[in-house]
Each structure stands twice: as C-alpha cells, then as structure tokens.
Design a protein around this ligand. Structure first.
Ligand code: UT7
Length: 324
C-alpha cells in the first residue's frame, strides 16, 4: 500500500450522437439499442479531437485536482488502441501537449483493460521510488475505427479520455490487490487490424479493413463470467468481503453486461457506478471517466474501498481493489 490517486480528470468531445441519430445511418432503432445495451447516446470526436488531445485535456484536469505540475510527472502511461499514429505513441503526444518534460512516456495496448493494467504498472513503479508521480490515462477515439455500416458494432462505442495522477502516501491507503488475466486464444472474438501490410509475404489474406470486429454474443458471455471470476478471485486473495466495498467501478461495456454482473455477484445496485447510457463503451477510457465522475460527484471518501473490473479484446480482463 502507500500509492494513491492524487487527482482525477476526464474529457469528452462536445459532439453528442444519439440513438436517433444512428437510426439515420444504419438499420437500427433507439428501442433496440436501449433494450440490448442501455446506451442512449455517445460522444464522438470532430475536427482535431485526436485521442491524445482528449487525453491531454483529461490529464490537465487530473493534474489540477492533484495540485501537481506537469514537470513533476516522471512517467506517462496511456492505455489506448486508437491513437491516430502507431508511432510516436499517444503518451508522447500527451507529454508534448501538457509540457511534462521530465517524464518518459509509452502506450499500453490491453483494449478495454488498458487503464487498469496501466494503474497496476504505475503502482509497482512508484514502489521503487517514493518521489515519483505518474500520469495514468485511458483514452480512445474508436469512432475512427468503426465500420459505420455495421450495426452490430457502431452503436456500441464512444470517444473520450480519463486520467489519474498516482503518487506516494505514507498512510495505509492505496492499492490492496489486483487480479489480472489475458487469453490470446480467444483473440478472434473481438479484434481490430492496423493498416494493411505493405509486405506481401505477411499480408493478411482477405484483409477486412482496420475496423472493430466482434462476435457480440460470445463476447457478452465471456465478459460476464470473466469479470465475475476476477472479482471473486480478488476478494478471496485479499481476504476482504464484497460487502466492505463502498463503490464498484466496472468497465462500461454496456448496461446489460453490468446488470448480469451485479446479479451474479449479488451486489446492491446503488454500489455500482454506471454511466454507459451517456457515453457508450469508451474502451480504455471508460473506467477513468467513471472514476472521475464518481470522484467529482462526491461518491468517494478517503479510506473507501473501490473495486474496479474490466474486460476487453485479447481477451484481457481483471479486477483491482483500492483503498482511496
Ligand atoms: O468491452 C467489450 C465490448 N463488447 C461488448 O460490450 C459487446 C457484448 N455484446 C453485447 O452486448 C450484445 O451481444 C450486443 C448488444 C452486441 C448484441 O445483442 P444480442 O442480444 O447479442 O444480439 P445478436 O447479436 O444476437 O443479434 C440479434 C438480432 C440479429 O438479427 P437476427 O439475426 O435475429 O434477425 C441482429 O442482426 O439483432 C440484430 N441486430 C440489430 N438490430 C437492430 C444487431 N445489431 C442491431 C442493431 N439494431 N444495432
């Protein structure tokens, strides 16, 4: 313990796309989207609102709350799968935008679990040097990676970014435990290519385009079971009962997945933070956006136990417990 979140921030593009707007683009209805996913609207980037731009805004908000200057940051990790360039990393662009000249920076690709994995790395990195302050960010503009003619996927996702400043504390607050997993055997249920290879020898046969592809039903089943198992395993590992948890902040995949999880874990609904109806699935950004919203809404107090859980392409999934 002893590594805590000093401040949180988030940023969403200003353009809102409602389910009714999507009815004009693909063969869908507001009613279908609401009943199958609980999503009512999502924020979508417009001109210049690249992933790193949203990430930098979220970072600036988190730094302000933490009372930490950008120059004090020694590491920036961005969980993302939708930076506008493969190189440099989104994290390097964030460094440039906020002026964090003393940091080193890199991206972490774990799809929707990116923020939680990055938080885990930050925790362990600070362990080696108490003076370090780290920016952990989840940021996505998946709107640029969707096939807007595929109603199975384009209705689910939204853009946004969330950030947390992690630093040392002499108290017993901090990260209590983590339980992270991945399974590359199941990659083909949820995936996205990069640009088509220019090397004919390693060209993907029948390259389908750099869009998200998903077997929705299969992903749904795996997501619920995996998060359930990860949470139960974590509680067992830490010896802490779920009843002691003050707030659960899950990846906001969609409300039906979350309702299933709540039922399986027998959680009181009011303990689970849900904002997917407003933002859709923002992948790696969903947990830090929800965390910032809960934090700014006064839903979290010092020493509260906060439980996070995530699931995404890879598959990647996990749970972590934090004493705020
Ligand atoms: O971080 C993890 C990311 N992934 C997810 O969160 C997705 C997890 N999966 C799901 O949440 C659900 O599988 C979906 C919401 C994606 C789909 O719900 P479903 O109940 O599993 O529907 P389905 O894929 O089995 O499709 C049922 C029907 C199909 O029509 P037919 O074949 O029965 O005639 C689909 O073509 O619904 C149709 N459909 C739609 N209809 C209207 C699929 N998408 C739409 C749509 N509007 N947008």
């Amino acid at each position: 313990m002893g590594r805590i979140i000093l401040g949180t921030g988030s940023s969403l593009p200003s353009k809102v796309v409602t389910n009714e707007d999507l009815e004009k683009i693909v063969d869908t209805t507001d009613e279908w989207i609401r009943t199958r996913t609980g999503i009512q609207q999502r924020h979508i980037s417009t001109t210049g609102e690249y992933t790193h731009v949203l990430a930098a805004r979220a970072a600036a908000n988190a730094l302000e709350m933490a009372g930490v200057a950008a120059e004090e940051i020694s590491l920036i990790i961005v969980g993302t799968i939708s930076s506008h360039m493969l190189m440099p990393s989104c994290a390097c662009f964030v460094q440039k935008e906020i002026g964090a000249q003393n940091a080193f920076a890199f991206d972490l690709n774990a799809a929707c679990s990116g923020f939680l994995y990055a938080l885990d790395l930050a925790d362990k990195y600070i362990h080696s040097d108490k003076e370090k302050k780290i920016l952990v960010i989840g940021a996505e503009t998946l709107s640029g990676r969707l096939n807007w003619e595929d109603r199975n996927t384009c209705i689910l996702f939204g853009d946004g970014a969330g950030a947390a400043v992690v630093g040392h504390s002499d108290s017993d607050r901090g990260f209590v435990g983590v339980n992270h997993f991945s399974d590359g055997n199941l990659w083909n249920l949820l995936y996205m290519h990069t640009a088509e290879s220019t090397n004919p020898d390693i060209k993907v046969k029948d390259w389908p385009g750099a869009h998200i592809f998903m077997e929705g039903r299969e992903v749904f089943k795996h997501a619920v079971k995996a998060m359930d198992d990860a949470v139960r395993g974590l509680m067992q590992k830490t010896g802490i009962g779920l009843e002691s948890v003050k707030l659960v902040i899950p990846h906001q995949a969609n409300i039906r997945i979350l309702n299933n999880l709540v039922e399986r874990l027998e959680l009181p609904a009011e303990k689970v933070f849900i904002n997917a109806q407003k933002y859709g699935n923002t992948s790696a950004a969903s947990i830090p956006i929800a965390l910032d919203e809960a934090n700014r809404d006064g839903r979290i107090e010092e020493n509260d136990l906060i439980l996070f859980c995530s699931f995404g392409g890879g598959f990647t999934w996990g749970a972590s417990l934090l004493k705020w």
